[in-house]
Write a protein of this length. Structure first.
Length: 135
């Protein structure tokens, strides 16, 4: 079940950080976005949780965006400095409700979660809401 915005201490973006909290405000009328990539850039969103959690995936609601972000890579950390990639992610797309669900192949215990937009095309990365799938 979707458990949005639970246990998040801090969320920040590498670029256009001023309104990043809009992705966890439970309001589909607000959104955060940026034009990516910039030269020599791989833009990321980082989430710090209050406590370590077991996470089984993430969902992104891109309502209001022309297209969802593609080529997203997820990684996790216990200290916010050393990152390990998450492999074996499957996706489910609900185009009617503008939701992409990223399912991890196993639950991962983490304190920090980062996702990076790796596209090398000039595209908008717009997120209306972000939710965490807890074990």
């Amino acid at each position: 079940d979707y458990t949005a915005n639970f246990n998040i201490r801090k969320i920040e973006a590498d670029y256009e950080n001023y309104n990043i909290r809009m992705v966890i405000d439970n309001d589909l009328k607000t959104s955060w976005g940026e034009l990516t990539p910039r030269e020599n850039s791989e833009d990321s969103i980082k989430i710090e949780f209050i406590d370590e959690n077991y996470i089984s995936g993430v969902y992104i609601n891109y309502t209001g965006a022309a297209d969802p972000a593609k080529d997203i890579e997820f990684s996790f950390s216990s200290d916010g400095e050393t990152w390990r990639g998450i492999n074996g992610i499957t996706t489910e797309t609900d185009s009617q409700n503008c939701v992409i669900k990223y399912n991890f192949n196993q639950s991962i215990e983490l304190k920090y979660l980062k996702f990076t937009h790796k596209s090398h095309e000039q595209t908008y990365w717009v997120i209306a809401e972000l939710g965490i799938l807890y074990e």
